[in-house]
Design a binder for this molecule. Structure first.
Ligand code: CMP
Length: 219
């Protein structure tokens, strides 16, 4: 678990005694953007989507998380409200670490604090890359980027040798910051390049290397 990586055994014992386990049904809103933040969520299993509604009323998916991951730390750190909405995609098991226990752990164990900073830095780096790609790439490049991010983040199932992304075109559009129709066209183009195969609500990534080459304009 990235939050506790290299932390002393004692810190893990304290965290284990403090957390509360919760099970969420599919499509449950764990919290909404603007809510007060009370706890950090450590994913034990399942997928969670983090999204915001943009000024035009469209949903922008910031990330789809799967284990090992945690979320909901920003409102606690900034003593602010939730920056995004968290919704479960399928059954989710999570451990909740409430604010007071979280603060005590980061105050007592600098390793946990460093791990937290590493996650935030990695997220910022990802967002810097994403803002470049979403501004400068065409629809095919954006969709290639989104598929690669899901692939690299492990948000795929494995079906024989192929990685399977089980998301609708609308969900992919929310990740790519574009429309469903544009995603459908981009997926067709990527399929004709031989890097993916599509079925309703399913995309098989057959050639991640090829997707990367398309993203970087070398193919
Ligand atoms: P918080 O603001 O408490 O609630 C929403 C959570 O979504 C936030 O904490 C982070 O854990 C997570 N989050 C926000 N923005 C991103 C992002 N761009 N990528 C991944 N996770 C994010």
């Amino acid at each position: 678990m990235p939050l506790f990586q290299n932390a002393p055994e004692r810190a893990l014992e304290i965290a284990a005694a403090a957390v509360r386990k919760r099970v969420y049904e599919p499509n449950t809103t764990v919290f909404q953007e603007g809510d007060k933040g009370e706890a950090l969520y450590i994913l034990e299993s399942g997928l969670v989507k983090l999204s915001k509604v943009d000024l035009g009323g469209h949903e922008k998916t910031l990330a789809i998380l799967q284990t090992p991951a945690y979320f909901g730390e920003m409102a606690l750190l900034g003593e602010s409200t939730r920056s995004a909405t968290a919704v479960t995609l399928g059954v989710v098991n999570a451990y909740l670490l409430f604010n007071d226990d979280f603060r005590k752990l980061i105050a007592d164990y600098p390793t946990i604090s460093l791990n937290l900073n590493a996650t935030l830095a990695e997220r910022l780096r990802g967002m810097d890359d994403e803002s470049q790609i979403l501004s400068y790439k065409d629809a095919q490049g954006r969709v290639a980027y989104v598929l690669l991010r899901l692939f690299q983040g492990g948000v795929v199932e494995h079906d024989n040798e192929r990685a399977l992304v089980r998301l609708t075109h609308q969900e992919l559009a929310n990740l790519a910051g574009t429309s469903r129709e544009t995603v459908t066209r981009a997926l067709k183009a990527l399929e004709s390049e031989g890097v993916i195969e599509t079925r309703p609500k399913e995309v098989f990534i057959t050639d991640p290397q090829g997707l990367d080459e398309i993203l970087h304009g070398i193919r």
